[in-house]
Design a protein around this ligand. Structure first.
Ligand SMILES: Cc1ncc(COP(=O)(O)O)c(C=O)c1O
Length: 377
């Protein structure tokens, strides 16, 4: 099911006839294909392909966004101070150790550029966030990819792949496209088995959705160790994917390294202002989380009854597995859903899987209805 392996082996290996040469890591890649958003001939399809929030941003965030229009002639605050202060206040973190990026993916890129040299090894899990894989590949690193077990990150499999060349390890927790998580103690066990000179990047893009008691987002480990950083995003529960804004919490030394390569205006003014309002609207986020949890429970119950395997998710996405023996497949299910105006996302190499974002009630009902028809067909 791994998207990771697929991407790293794709791409032509030639360069321009004029002799212009791209670095070898880049030529191993093919261009990223984002989740579809259109169905030809369908007006307003139900887009459930990119794990966006169906609820959109809070009204306070929207107000801040509108107000920011008056400042469009100005460069943004390159120090990102107001947003860093807002994040630090809400999460109880050290403001000096927060850095913001154009999406959390930019912060992952900065970490890879700073800590991985060509020939170093990057340790990844089978179903990790695809951009981590892309950045490590482009950097010329050797990827060591650990298989997962029962749709979960397998810490033992990761540890088996550690070598003295391992300089970077990233774990999406919870993970995409599986929606599963590993516990705090498992994350600690992974960290304990990594070399001290290996940076562990905990990608917590979906952390706000998780309810389970044994889960912890990465900040405690960041405070304890010099080689752990955590990335977070406003693209998911905060409903701000379109603004491209994320943040990271890092040890002092890592912050000082990342600040050397962060461009001064990497985060735009409207994004900084809107995210600062969004993070402080804690009540709104609590409501979105509850709605998502309720929806996920209902969807899972209904789809399991139809005979579809639903991977237990702690996020706003869920992974479905169709049983080939009964003649069903993810690609057929996707085509059927598209014929009903719904856009899911194929999940990696295998035809058995389909990833769907949790939507609003009427959107989720449309999914259930379409899949019941497909399963009965
Ligand atoms: C696991 C994971 N990490 C990070 C991101 C990136 O989020 P952004 O760059 O929008 O902050 C995503 C987006 O889908 C994701 O699934």
């Amino acid at each position: 099911m791994s998207e990771s392996n697929r991407i790293a082996s794709a791409g032509p290996d030639n360069n321009s006839p004029a002799g212009l040469t791209a670095v070898p890591g880049v030529m191993k890649l093919s261009a990223y294909i984002q989740g579809e958003s259109l169905i030809p001939g369908v007006e307003n399809p139900i887009k459930l392909s990119s794990n966006e929030s169906a609820h959109g941003p809070s009204s306070l965030a929207l107000r801040a966004f509108r107000e920011s229009a008056g400042e469009l002639n100005r460069y943004p605050d390159g120090s990102q101070l107001a947003l860093r202060q807002a994040i630090a206040g809400v999460h109880g973190l050290d403001v000096e150790r927060i850095i913001c990026g154009s999406g959390s993916e930019e912060l992952i890129l900065l970490a890879v550029r700073a800590y991985l040299a060509p020939g170093d090894e990057a340790l990844l899990s089978e179903n990790g966030f695809i951009m981590s894989n892309i950045h490590c590949t482009a950097q010329g690193a050797r990827l060591r990819i650990a298989p997962e077990k029962s749709y979960r990150i397998d810490v033992d499999a990761l540890l088996e792949r550690v070598s003295e060349k391992t300089r970077f390890c990233t774990i999406a927790n919870p993970n995409n496209p599986t929606g599963t998580y590993i516990s705090e103690s498992e994350m600690r066990r992974l960290h304990a088995g990594l070399p001290k000179n290996c940076l562990l990047l905990i990608d917590n893009a979906y952390a706000e959705y998780v309810d389970q008691q044994d889960f912890a987002s990465g900040e405690k480990l960041v405070d304890e160790f010099e080689n752990v950083m955590m990335t977070r995003t406003f693209s998911k529960i905060y409903g701000l994917s379109g603004l491209r804004i994320g943040w990271a919490y890092c040890p002092t030394e890592v912050i000082s390294v990342l600040q050397r390569i962060r461009t001064p205006f990497n985060t735009n003014g409207p994004a900084l202002a809107t995210a600062a309002a969004a993070v402080q609207d804690v009540e709104y986020i609590r409501g979105v989380k509850e709605y998502n949890k309720r929806s996920l429970q209902r969807i899972s119950r209904e789809l399991i009854q139809l005979g579809i395997e639903v991977v237990p998710s702690s996020t706003n996405l869920y992974l479905l597995k169709f049983d080939a023996a009964s003649g069903k497949s993810g690609s057929q299910a996707a085509a059927f859903m598209q014929s009903r105006g719904i856009i899911p996302r194929p999940a990696g190499g295998s035809d058995a899987f389909l990833r769907i974002t949790v939507g609003l009630d009427h959107e989720n009902e449309a999914v259930i209805e379409a899949l019941s028809e497909y399963m009965a067909s």
